[in-house]
Design a binder for this molecule. Sequence first.
Ligand code: GLA
Length: 377
Amino acid sequence: MMQQTPPMGWNSWNTFGEEINEELVLTVADAMVSEGYLEKGYNYLVIDDCWSLHERDSEGRLQADPAKFPHGMKYLADYIHKKGLKFGMYSCSGTQTCAGYPSSFDHEYIDAETFASWEVDFLKYDYCYRPQTVPGRILFHRMGNALQNCGREILFSACSWGADETAKWIKETGASMWRSTGDIMDNWESIKKLTYQQLDILPYAGAGCFNDMDMLVVGMHGKGNVGLGGCSSLQYRTHFSIWALMGSPLMIGSDIRSMTEEDRETLQNEELIAINQDPACRQIARVSGFGGREQEQLILFRPLCDGDLAIGMFNLSDQERYLSFVIDEMGIPVSSGKTLLLHEVWSKKDALVKNETWGERIEAFGCRVFRAKLVSK
Ligand code: GLA
């Protein structure tokens, strides 16, 4: 089935790494519902690497580590499904997973069957320890075919970090999302780096197969597996705004069982989620002159299904900056007699664009995201 909008959910890797177990998964499933995440659209609960034993069973099947998951994976799937959530798991296209566990190379079909028998709904598929004898795209074709023929609908989430020109072939393989960047770390430098890397490959994103900028670090504050430094709540808000506006899947990577109110509100901003999930799924556009990397600022916009425009102004630098745009650059010339009524999704303030231009001072690391309506002058 074609994936119409970016997948949303939670993934264990950023915070928990190898420290995953049944109790964690059950309590995260509970929190996804009780803390309001499911209601906002976060419906996939994904267990990343390190869930299996180091050996396959006598029939060559992957087996869950009973010390971590005493009741096995089907038990988890049942619990997760009862909560109204979907269950995601992880494997890899090489001879080992990135953390050194058994992987699906030359076991693609039996592994897809195993995942289907556990009622898995989502498979993240990594790219470590890839045998040099088989091209990467064929490895992903293998698993794509295996999933297509396993008797269950399983969303295929490719994770080859943009290597080997993934953008050019990943859509052939049946993937619904693909990791377009390297691994995120919980610090501002990493967020900026992934943002800049994304700029040149924005045209590849869209309905059917989404550019995945990696799991969100919102709310980690330096704790956990990739918690290298941490960010301020403002930086998390800007990070979330960029991922949402760029149309990335929104996979939470923090411990949602213990979040600050502010960070929870960031992840649950309904207006931004609506922009991310906009059914028209139009390509993200850049206002020219805002180069990103060099200037540490960015202005992006995206036409939405009801004729509104989503507009993001991002100050990625560590100083206050004045950012501005001319609406002509968004396809609204003076001759149209139209202007924009701006509604900012964080402050909830409204303002009318006068004289075809909008500009404001934005604090260091800050952003403004508007849902803008075309109105007659
Ligand atoms: C790779 C992926 C990460 C994570 C780890 C697990 O680095 O890019 O997202 O899945 O492997 O080992």
